[in-house]
Design a binder for this molecule. Structure first.
Ligand code: SAM
Length: 356
């Protein structure tokens, strides 16, 4: 697929290049922030599965540089057309003035990915596997230079952990869902080790069977749990995000570096609070957290982004004068690099037939 065809298909892909984001995922985090005010009072953040780094860019621009984001001119024009099509009042011709933010003090952002990530000013990047136990001390050291493994509780806690983890999708749904859930689990384990009480955890999930049980489990650790689908996340994708606020470890809970949710860290008295799941005669799974009158707790689902935002599944008419831009950050270690090198060494695509 040529770059112009992807340009035509995906408004957020185009917009990401125009606004200097390394990936269109930036808009997912921005739209989640619009809905949940994620960055309020936040200075210490861990970004898991962060490459190529558009979420880290969002963190850097908002927290370190104090930038705020208005619409680009053509996004605004499309917004007006779309609102008119729905018979809704149009946004003003001139985009509303964006609020002025200030750079924050003592910001600490640590980003981790399996893939190498091009550096971003003010951000500590680690190349590591979030599912591996050795990553936890690495992260704690990155968060706090004075971190001493013999007294782990001394590590300074963080306000927000975000994770956009996704495996290389195979197309085998059950396998993809399983691997993604392992990433989510690893992200939660890391979050439990570093979050301060009241902290937030935001993570990508694949909505699949039994996901309601996961929401209920998260609810044991957080005061508020929502499932959210930003408008920039394609409707055709099973992807959504859990937004967990108000970290409140149950009494007696002690994060353990080796096994954060294991029997050593979760006290036995937590068990009665754990969600119970029963399947009713009509086949509906009922979760019991004991805090609702009818014994059920269902995670609220929120779509974020209003009708004036681009629809990620729609194709838009492009302005005639539009220029196709190159990606902001080409992949640092693409899996196809070796194939390109081999082809070059063989004298190019037609190397073998040369001179025939
Ligand atoms: N949030 C990123 C951004 O805005 O640029 C995009 C993340 S991308 C959708 C998913 C990332 O998960 C990939 O870069 C992949 O390398 C990473 N990943 C997958 N498994 C991982 C693991 N076990 N440990 C660390 N990163 C992992």
């Amino acid at each position: 697929m040529g770059k112009s065809s992807k340009d035509k298909r995906d408004a957020y892909y185009r917009l990401a290049k125009e606004q200097g984001w390394r990936a269109r995922s930036a808009f997912k985090l921005l739209q989640l922030d619009e809905e949940f005010n994620l960055f309020e009072g936040v200075t210490r953040v861990v970004d898991l599965c962060a490459a190529p780094g558009s979420w880290s860019q969002v963190l850097s621009r908002i927290l370190i540089k104090g930038e705020s984001f208005g619409r680009s001119a053509w996004e605004d024009r499309f917004a007006r057309d779309r609102m008119a099509a729905f018979g809704l009042p149009s946004p003003p011709e001139e985009p509303a003035e964006t609020p002025q933010l200030k750079p924050r003090k003592d910001v600490k952002i640590v980003s981790i990915d399996l893939q190498p990530m091009s550096p971003l000013e003010g951000i500590t990047t680690l190349k590591a596997d979030i599912t591996h136990p050795s990553t936890i001390p690495l992260l704690l050291k990155a968060l706090d230079e004075d971190y001493d493994p013999s007294s782990p509780s001394a590590a300074q806690p963080v306000d927000l952990v975000i994770s956009d983890g996704a495996p290389d999708v195979t197309g085998l749904h059950d396998l993809d869902i399983y691997v993604q859930s392992q990433l989510l689990w690893a992200a939660l384990n890391l979050a439990l080790c570093v979050l301060k009480p009241g902290g937030k955890f935001v993570a990508k999930i694949f909505r699949a069977n039994e996901v309601d049980l996961l929401y209920a489990q998260l609810r044991v650790m957080f005061a508020r749990v929502h499932v959210s689908k930003p408008r920039s996340s394609r409707a055709s994708s099973i992807e959504a995000f859990v937004v967990c606020e108000g970290f409140q470890p149950p009494p007696g809970f002690k994060a353990s570096l080796e096994n954060p949710l294991g029997p050593k860290s979760v006290p036995a008295k937590l068990e009665p609070q754990a969600p119970l799941r029963t399947v009713r005669e009509d086949g509906v799974t009922v979760l019991d957290l004991g805090d609702e009158e009818d014994g059920r707790w269902i995670a609220p689902f929120l779509a974020c982004g209003d009708l004036s935002a681009f629809d990620s599944d729609a194709t838009y008419q492009l302005p005639k004068d539009r220029v196709t831009l190159d990606p902001v950050q080409p992949p640092t270690a693409p899996p196809y690099r070796r194939a390109l090198e081999m082809r070059k060494a063989a004298g190019g695509a037609y190397g073998k037939t040369k001179g025939v």
